[in-house]
Design a protein around this ligand. Structure first.
Ligand code: PRX
Length: 580
């Protein structure tokens, strides 16, 4: 029997308070994600239960119980307090998927500060814009990644402390602090009394224009994350759960930390590079039962074929789900054939904080569809011109949601106007105070889709120029700004180019400065330049030289035109593009 039971019945009788029942949480108890994922689980008698089974490069393994999480996160919390960090201040977590990342996340939240996890493959420029924007006060990192922080620390006036939590302490600079979590096991720490709107997790997400925006969540997001984890991922007490996402991205925190641990479920983490064989081995060794992954990974597994699947015992698996990009019908059908289980597609965003449109255990799957709105979520498709909800099945428009679900982001850090612009349907002066409750508004996702006559949603594409590569959003503006810092490049435009496995990869169009000629060496140099500055995800896979870039009359580069050419779409009327 699945946790959700009947989808229709759940929709009819829905209240977010059911999350409290699922969490066995009573009025007056603490609402602090750090404490709920550790102290509460121990208090209910599960302190000795395994919380984290971790495996690193070379097969190195470590296991932590919920009691370990409790005392180790207490150590981080106490240490931060002693450093003088105040509730609400931002603490960045910049490390690989090592145990310290997961534990420090809980510790930061426990003492009331804001956890700002950043993808450890980010280069110094990606790191700099995000730390600068957030006025981050402390960064936890490792010996391996501290060099990138050193490179930019002088440009970050708010950054007071650099704390290295792993690696050789002897090689640190005087002003850097070494913190070994095992040496700071702390029995008692009183968690900060947060409320639902107290800032908790901060994730940066890329848009079409400008630098990435910091989507701020609150501790109350746990209601949405726990309930969706229970009903969609169907986690039960004895499951061994594996979320393949990195906590540098929202899936890795909402469903790679908060969802499972708030429910007291054991999870595994594999912190080593992807190979299909290594993943199957990991599932076999740990007897993974529930697996949450992404279409790019699934397509890579498909490419390596059914023969490989047969070499492993994957019989422990009972439930699979996917997020981040469109899950193509072939992948769903293939997974059903080779694993005996279909991957269930789930749709949501950094801003939504938890799943919004999903397939559910027991529900009929239409391969290629994202499924139906989660009970309690009011979804709609808004007309592309009028922003009015469409009623006709099959009409393509913008996916939108009525505000009011518990995991909805609270703000974009220092960008109230952009935050406001994500909501339509009410006078500006009614915002933002009423945003969270006013059901006359729609939060507009920025994606296009339609629904069919049975209420299933079908993804069409993004409504903007953001590139989705392997389930990670990359902003074209970030890439273009970095490109023009290269001595050879005069102008640049970045778009997503179709790719069989990653859905999209970055393609750039550039014009060269006088004195530079196209060459293989230059191309390699540009690729590396972006990889180092931004990240491997942002690195162009294709570089096209142009004499000049197509522009609007006002001088804006016509990215959309380049994209239409690349994808073989109708370029349309150039005069309308020029107005964009
Ligand atoms: O374009 C949609 C795509 O990923 C975007 C959200 O990215 P991010 O904020 O980084 O969060 C990713 C993980 C929650 C969406 O606006 N996306 C996400 N899930 C799906 C998807 N596109 C198609 N199908 C999905 N299931």
């Amino acid at each position: 029997m699945s946790n959700i039971g009947s989808y229709e019945k759940r929709r009819e009788n829905f209240s977010w308070d059911i999350a409290k029942e699922v969490l066995k949480w009573e009025e007056g108890e603490i609402l602090n994600i750090g404490a709920m994922c550790s102290d509460r689980i121990c208090a209910r008698g599960d302190g000795e239960k395994k919380a984290l089974i971790w495996q690193g490069f070379g097969g190195k393994q470590k296991t932590y119980t919920f009691n370990d999480l409790r005392v180790l996160s207490n150590g981080f919390a106490k240490f931060l307090k002693e450093l003088g960090v105040e509730p609400g201040e931002k603490v960045c977590l910049f490390m690989d998927k090592i145990p310290e990342l997961y534990v420090s996340f809980l510790g930061v939240l426990k003492m009331g500060a804001v956890a700002q996890p950043l993808f450890s493959a980010f280069g110094d420029e990606s790191l700099e814009v995000r730390l600068l924007s957030a006025d981050t006060k402390v960064i936890f990192t490792t010996r391996k990644h501290v060099k990138k922080v050193r490179k930019i620390q002088d440009k970050l006036p708010a950054l007071e402390k650099i704390v290295v939590v792993e690696g050789n302490p002897n090689k640190l600079r005087d002003e850097e602090i070494y913190f070994s979590m095992e040496d700071f096991r702390t029995e008692d720490f009183t968690a900060y009394e947060s409320g639902p709107d107290t800032p908790s997790v901060l994730h940066y997400t890329s848009g079409t224009t400008g630098q990435p925006k910091g989507a701020q969540h609150g501790h109350g997001s746990v209601w949405g994350q726990a309930l969706t984890t229970s009903w969609v991922l169907d986690l039960k007490d004895d499951d061994i759960y594996w979320c393949t996402a990195d906590p540098g991205w929202v899936t890795g925190t909402s469903y790679g930390i908060i969802g499972p641990w708030s429910l007291g479920v054991t999870q595994c983490v594999l912190d080593s590079g992807f190979t299909s064989a290594a993943w199957y081995q990991f599932i076999q060794d740990n007897k993974v039962t529930v697996w949450y992954s992404a279409p790019t990974a699934i397509r890579s597994l498909m490419r390596d074929g059914e023969g490989l699947v047969k070499q492993y015992d994957l019989s422990s698996l009972r439930h699979l789900a996917s997020v981040g990009e469109p899950l193509n019908a072939e992948a769903v059908i293939w997974s059903e054939k080779v694993y005996g289980l279909a991957f269930l597609d789930t749709f949501w965003q950094t801003e939504t904080g938890s799943m919004m449109i999903t397939n559910f255990p027991g529900m009929k799957i239409k391969p290629g569809s994202m499924g139906k709105p989660f009970p309690g979520i009011v979804a709609g498709i808004l007309d592309l011109n009028t922003n009015e909800p469409v009623t006709e099945p099959g009409t393509v428009g913008l996916i939108a949601f009525r505000p009011g679900w518990p995991s909805m982001f609270k703000e974009y850090v220092k960008k109230p106007d952009i935050y406001r612009s994500k909501f339509v349907g009410a006078a500006d002066d009614a915002m933002p105070a009423e945003l969270r409750v006013d059901e006359s508004l729609w939060y507009v996702s920025g994606d296009r889709a339609s629904f069919d006559k049975d209420g299933y949603y079908w993804f069409v594409g993004r409504d903007d120029d953001v590139i989705n590569t392997g389930g990670h959003l990359v902003g074209p503006f970030e890439i273009e700004s970095a490109l023009v810092e290269h001595e050879a490049i005069a102008e640049a435009a970045a778009i997503g180019k179709p790719d069989e496995v990653n859905m999209e990869v970055v393609k750039v169009f550039i014009t060269l400065n006088p004195g530079f000629e196209p060459s293989d060496d230059l191309e390699l140099n540009i690729m590396n330049f972006i990889r180092k500055k931004l990240s491997p995800l942002a690195m162009p896979q294709d570089i096209e030289y142009m004499e000049k870039l197509p522009k609007t009359r006002s001088g804006k580069i016509l990215r959309r035109y380049l994209k239409a050419l690349e994808w073989g779409h109708d370029v349309g009327d150039l005069s309308t593009l020029e107005d964009d």
